[in-house]
Design a protein around this ligand. Structure first.
Ligand SMILES: Nc1ncnc2c1ncn2[C@@H]1O[C@H](COP(=O)(O)OP(=O)(O)OP(=O)(O)O)[C@@H](O)[C@H]1O
Ligand SMILES: [Mg+2]
Length: 228
């Protein structure tokens, strides 16, 4: 299932184009995510981050028009969402949480039982639980941090980090909030602008973006403003 028991998985996105509402939003996305890695996608409003999450998960209304989405070489781009979930992909969407960390925990739990893995009642007990090969390997978190206070944010980040180290889950996290990255240690940070990844760096890039915003990354001629 994961680096934790010696099996390495690779999730590869190549030349992904996708449209939503009849217009192309993603203009060629390449990503390679391995077991246990944390990749973070940042970018200004409207740059296509959520559309990427939707395209990867096969959300109806978001159409992949070119490119591939592969898990261990198997192309998932034409499969319905449930089959992608069974292949080990799991999306934690943007939602306010009532109790810190619980919603993500519930989602992880549901993803694991749905894919035949052991059910989890507490992330802290997972390392002692025997999990089978079909457990979730890749999680895509689109702004799970929205609406959370700092303590809850830290708890979500801590749970995600635990998932990478204990289960070998690969995480592609979409966030506006570089504070999220204090507890969630990013291996790579990707900057998305206008449906393309325009820069990739380490965690220092996220801190730099906090200082500078995205102004330096826009296409020439773009008048779009940066994050509020
Ligand atoms: N269903 C749709 N119909 C029409 N346009 C859409 C649709 N979904 C997304 N778009 C457009 O695609 C672009 C990217 O939107 P998306 O929501 O993916 O950006 P985002 O990076 O997630 O933004 P935010 O930071 O505000 O969450 C925007 O210009 C948006 O208006
Ligand atoms: Mg979004």
């Amino acid at each position: 299932m994961s680096a934790a028991n010696g099996t390495e998985h690779v999730f590869e996105v190549r030349g992904l184009h996708a449209s939503a509402g009849g217009r192309e939003v993603l203009h060629g996305i390449d990503l390679t995510l391995r077991s246990g890695e944390v990749h973070v996608i940042m970018g200004p409003n409207g740059s296509g981050k959520s559309t990427l999450a939707h395209a990867l998960m096969g959300r109806p209304g978001t159409e992949v028009t070119a490119g591939s989405i592969r898990m261990d070489g198997r192309d998932l781009a034409t499969l319905p969402a449930w089959e992608r979930a069974r292949a080990g992909m799991f999306l934690a969407l943007q939602h306010p949480v009532e109790v810190p960390g619980v919603r993500l925990h519930d989602l992880l739990d549901a993803a694991m039982s749905g894919s035949g893995g052991a059910s989890m009642t507490d992330a802290a007990t997972v390392s002692a639980t025997s999990l089978d090969d079909r457990m979730v390997d890749e999680a895509k978190a689109d702004e799970v941090d929205s609406g959370l206070d700092v303590d809850a944010l830290g708890e979500v980040a801590r749970r995600l980090q635990l998932a990478t180290t204990e289960w070998g889950v690969g995480i592609l996290a979409i966030t506006h909030f570089s504070r999220f990255l204090v507890q969630l240690e990013a291996d790579l940070v990707h900057v998305m602008v206008d449906g393309r990844i325009v820069a990739t760096g380490d965690a220092a890039l996220a801190l730099q973006l906090e200082q500078t915003g995205y102004a330096g990354y826009h296409d020439e001629g773009s008048l779009r403003t940066t994050e509020p």
